[in-house]
Design a binder for this molecule. Structure first.
Ligand code: ATP
Length: 268
């Protein structure tokens, strides 16, 4: 079982320089006084694949909540696609994938995947065609009529990714999506996710992980965060061209980059 292996790979991401998401002195203090983030400055360009790593409580989820308009900044500015997070969210340009696949247990794979389009009242024929398109992307087109309980953990995550992709999001937010999977499935899904991302040059991915190896394998840059208060302590570019394949994991460059990210994490 794998996501489509017949994808056409390009020689690399052709990220434009357009500012896509910008944070300036972004800070968040929760009503109970917890300073979750202080003075975060970050410019995200279209087409980037950013991984956020850092210990528990450094504010990774808070950043995601603010990008999606679920939490308001206490200070500073956050600009998403040239507008406010709330407006950007209304345009359905942002999609999420969480560690918990959040599939409806009584609905088929197809119904789960179509849900974002059904909620928007899209016609049934287009819903079906779009479900076929994204399930093919994740290698599950033969499982449309199956219930989630009949699927493995890795397959459920693929369905969850398909449901996020069905809206053709400009920005895909992934909060530890592979954290509950075994290492082999995790590595397979990492490769498949990269293949999908490379097909759509305009999609930007923000990916939270506690796994330094995962961050170096996937990303164009790793954003290292530290807690109390949450802030960005380093941004490490991963200057390794795409497409990347499994052999990258065994290169000296991969080990060096893992060491660099670990060093940034230990610095604080
Ligand atoms: N609704 C809330 N009210 C009060 N404090 C909160 C709230 N949400 C988060 N916090 C606190 O803000 C800080 C940052 O939390 P956040 O969930 O953003 O961190 P995180 O890096 O995503 O952590 P983890 O890796 O454990 O998911 C933590 O100290 C947390 O306890």
């Amino acid at each position: 079982m794998s996501m489509s292996s017949s994808l056409i790979h390009t020689s690399g991401k052709d990220a434009s320089n357009a500012k896509f998401v910008t944070m300036e002195n972004l800070s968040k203090t929760y009503p109970n006084g917890t300073i979750a983030l202080r003075d975060v400055n970050l410019t995200i360009k279209e087409g980037e694949f950013l991984c956020f790593v850092g210990p528990s409580g450094c504010g990774k989820s808070t950043i995601f909540k603010m990008i999606t308009g679920l939490a308001k900044p206490s200070k500073g500015t956050l600009d998403v696609f040239g507008t406010t997070p709330k407006e950007a969210r209304k345009q359905s340009d942002i999609a999420f994938v969480f560690q918990d696949h959040t599939l409806l247990p009584w609905s088929t794979v197809e119904a789960n995947v179509k849900l974002p389009l059904a909620l928007r009242g899209m016609d049934k024929k287009t819903q079906h065609e779009e479900a076929q398109r994204v399930l093919e992307l994740v290698g599950l087109k033969d499982y449309m009529k199956v219930l989630p309980r009949e699927l493995s953990g890795g397959m459920k995550m693929r369905v969850s990714i398909a449901r996020a992709l069905i809206s053709r999001p400009k920005l895909l937010l992934m909060d530890e999506p592979f954290g509950a999977l075994d290492e082999i499935t995790r590595q397979t899904l990492q490769m498949e996710l990269l293949n999908i991302w490379q097909q759509d040059k305009s999609m930007t991915v923000l990916f939270v992980t506690h796994n330094v190896f995962e961050s170096v394998f996937l990303s164009t840059s790793v954003v290292v965060m530290t807690p109390r208060p949450g802030k960005i302590s380093a941004t490490i570019d991963i200057p390794v061209p795409f497409p990347r394949d499994e052999s990258y994991r065994t290169t000296a460059q991969f080990s060096d980059l893992v060491r660099d990210v670990n060093a940034a994490l230990e610095h604080e």
